[in-house]
Design a protein around this ligand. Structure first.
Ligand code: SF4
Length: 700
């Protein structure tokens, strides 16, 4: 007779993958998740994508870390990541591992000073964990060398938005597309990366909203678009400046909005700056027609309500900040902001990349974007924390890898991030990580980054902990523990606290609730969201001033968060340091994600369903290119850039232009970032991860 099964239970929580922040209901039996269903959350109303619905089983994967690991004395770090790196580690007790982890950092601090240490926190952890981590680096390490993966995705959006409108988050939620007459979508593939958000957009199109798609790839979403500008990769500044030119040329500027909300002299400076960008002057370089540029601009500007979305096709360039400045200028000059169905929406990637940035997990800002450079801000936090707050600028993610390579950075604590896959120029990055004299990695699996660690701390997965998470709409939502963590794995907040205690900090937090209360007291945006409200409502939009009122889902109805309420316009300059295709590297490689896989694949490639759906990396090549090169779909080919090479299978696809190729970056065996460059945007320090020049060669 079959053993009687224990009773099934359900727990309502959130999806751990993208920034849409879908509410899910976990079905659990015997402390194992057996199914996930969409719940009635404000972001999804029961909808889920394939990742949210089927990508949960990574939590039960046999490769989960269940005890601390320490590098064996006879196992040197191997940046080539060859062989089975699990053999390089031995199990250890928590006592031994934590003493070594924090002791190694402390020794570096005492001998070489605060600048020899840095921390990378996680956009997949909770707000409380992000808050604690940045507090640890600032008060324990004594520097602002703290960052996370926002540096690789929307740092340029944050920089441009802060500069222009005084707020780094979206102005309107995704669901506002229901009120839009026009959606302008640039450099984003929401069907793959924010699928439920894409479903709201498609619903809006079905109901009559017009979609304008600006993207070098003919994404499947193009079939829903009224206009698709399939521009040449890297010609974005030309294209956007031409669109701004058209606003002035065809008198599409909303002058009453401009008079009330912008500075006339900045508008004039922008008009002068785009004078040389007539559509006829740039259309050929952009690979579109002047008429198309005028049409798209006209449709956007003349709409009653137009909303703008963008993602990493816009941001991951050395001119990423300038790209976003141009989008903001288009929006502001036409007055498409401050009302439902309008506004600016950078589609945030990870489930908590918005919250992690808000909580201060960035080098130049304390929680709520309060600048470390301002003495009164530092004084306020120093008083609250009982410890001085360092004032010197901190290193950003890619700068940390460069400093590690140069030897000025000696110790790192990395929680839930995988720079050995996600950072540009991986050969250089991995060599830098291997050069560190002390690396502590805290994660679910023995990732490519953990392979180069001295100490590995096993952490609880999303479903094994509680805390608050902030989605792309600025919704602070409560994640609830669903199952216990396996073996000896611990919650991230507890581990961060152990590290802090090892460094001499007298922390004694009892859990996420206490941490949230401390964080909330220091973040004006959360003033109206006490913990009790979060527990009762599960999901509240910030900013919220009054606990009895809903938060503000639409920002800037009356003014911008800047002096005098006026926004700032900054003209973009032509990009100087792009790597263009040439005779040796004749193709432009576009990197990105797939619907089935999330970022470096740590979780989704350990999901049976997702892995079965997309088991390997494939290079998308236009059919004409295959014919011209005598190649065929299904064969293996080598992609070679100035920095490295990878081999993957060819897939014939008209999605890419004949001069372009596409490779997803989630697959270690064909890691796209072995090819990319670590050149940085001078303002936001985001790397040029989106494009690079490559050669394509057959492999015998
Ligand atoms: Fe999860 Fe994003 Fe898919 Fe929603 S859209 S189910 S949050 S991955």
């Amino acid at each position: 007779p079959a053993t009687a099964l224990t009773e099934e239970r359900t727990v309502d929580s959130l999806c751990p993958f993208c920034g849409v922040g879908c509410a899910v209901r976990y079905r659990v039996r015997d402390d194992r998740i057996i199914a996930v269903e969409g719940a009635d959350g404000p972001a999804n109303r029961g909808r889920l994508c394939v990742k949210g619905r089927f990508g949960f089983d990574y939590v039960h994967h046999p490769q989960r870390l269940t005890q601390p690991l320490i590098r064996r004395a006879d196992a040197p770090k191997d940046p080539s990541l060859s062989g089975d790196w699990r053999e390089q580690f031995r199990p250890a007790s928590w006592e031994e591992a934590l003493a070594l982890a924090s002791g190694g950092l402390k020794t570096i601090l005492e001998q070489q000073g605060p600048q020899a240490l840095a921390g990378l926190g996680s956009a997949k952890g909770s707000n409380e964990e992000a808050y604690l981590f940045q507090k640890l680096v600032r008060t324990g390490f004594g520097s602002n060398n703290v960052d996370h993966c926002t540096r690789l995705c929307h740092a340029s959006s944050v920089a441009a938005l802060m500069e222009a409108v005084g707020s780094a988050a979206v102005s309107n939620p995704v669901a506002d597309v229901a009120y839009s007459d026009v959606i302008l979508l640039m450099g984003a593939n929401p069907e793959a990366n924010h699928p439920v958000a894409a479903s709201w957009m498609k619903n809006a199109v079905k109901a009559g909203t017009e979609l304008l798609l600006l993207d070098p790839q003919a994404l499947p979403l193009a079939r829903h678009a009224r206009h698709h500008l399939q521009f040449v990769p890297g010609s974005d500044i030309l294209l956007l400046n031409a669109m701004i030119h058209v606003l002035f040329e065809q008198d599409l500027v909303n002058w009453s909005f401009v008079e009330a909300r912008l500075k006339r002299e900045e508008v004039e400076a922008l008009r002068q700056a785009v004078q040389a960008y007539a559509p006829e002057a740039v259309a050929e370089q952009c690979g579109v027609t002047a008429a198309q540029i005028r049409q798209v601009t006209h449709v956007y500007a003349s709409a009653n309500r137009a909303m703008m979305f963008w993602a990493m096709g816009v941001t991951q360039h050395t001119h990423g900040t300038d790209n976003v400045r141009c989008l903001i200028a288009l929006c502001l000059l036409t007055g498409q902001i401050g009302r439902p169905g309008t506004g600016l929406h950078p589609l945030r990637g990870q489930n908590n990349v918005q919250g992690a940035s808000d909580a201060g997990l960035i080098p130049h800002c304390l929680p709520d974007y309060q600048k470390v450079a301002e003495p009164e801000v530092r004084a306020r936090f120093a008083q609250a924390w009982g410890a001085p707050v360092p004032d010197s600028p901190g290193l950003t993610t890619v700068e940390m890898m460069q400093a590690a390579h140069q030897g000025s950075l000696q110790g790192m604590y990395i929680v839930g991030e995988n720079p050995a896959m996600s950072d540009p120029d991986l050969t250089h990055t991995r060599a830098g990580l291997a050069r560190l004299s002390h690396l502590v990695v805290q994660d679910l699996f023995l990732t490519e980054t953990a392979a180069l660690a001295d100490v590995v701390l096993p952490a609880a997965a999303f479903a094994e902990k509680g805390g608050s998470f902030t989605n792309t709409d600025r919704r602070v939502q409560l994640g609830r523990p669903v199952i216990p963590a396996p073996g000896e794995a611990k919650q991230d907040w507890w581990l961060i606290q152990q590290m802090a205690q090892g460094l001499g900090l007298a922390w004694d937090y009892q859990g996420p609730e206490q941490i949230y209360r401390e964080m909330q007291a220091l973040m004006p945006s959360l003033a109206g969201i006490p913990y009790e409200r979060l527990q009762a409502e599960s999901s509240v939009v910030y900013p919220a001033d009054d606990p009895a009122q809903p938060g503000q889902s639409v920002l800037f109805a009356k003014g911008f968060a800047r002096p005098g309420g006026r926004a700032r316009l900054v003209p973009a300059t032509p990009p100087q340091q792009q790597e263009n295709a040439d005779k040796d590297y004749p193709f432009t490689l576009i990197t990105g994600r797939l619907l089935e896989h999330w970022h470096t694949g740590t979780m989704t490639r350990r999901s049976q369903v997702l892995s079965a759906l997309a088991p390997q990396a494939q290079i998308l090549v236009h059919p004409e290119t295959l014919t011209r090169l005598g190649l065929h779909a299904g064969q293996s080919a080598r992609l070679r850039s100035r920095r490295g090479s990878v081999v993957a299978q060819l897939l014939s696809s008209s999605q890419v232009r004949p001069d372009d190729l596409f490779l997803p970056f989630s697959f270690r065996e064909a890691a796209a970032n072995l090819l990319t460059r670590d050149a940085l945007d001078p303002v936001a320090k985001i790397a040029a991860l989106k494009l690079c020049a490559v050669a394509l060669e057959p492999v015998a």
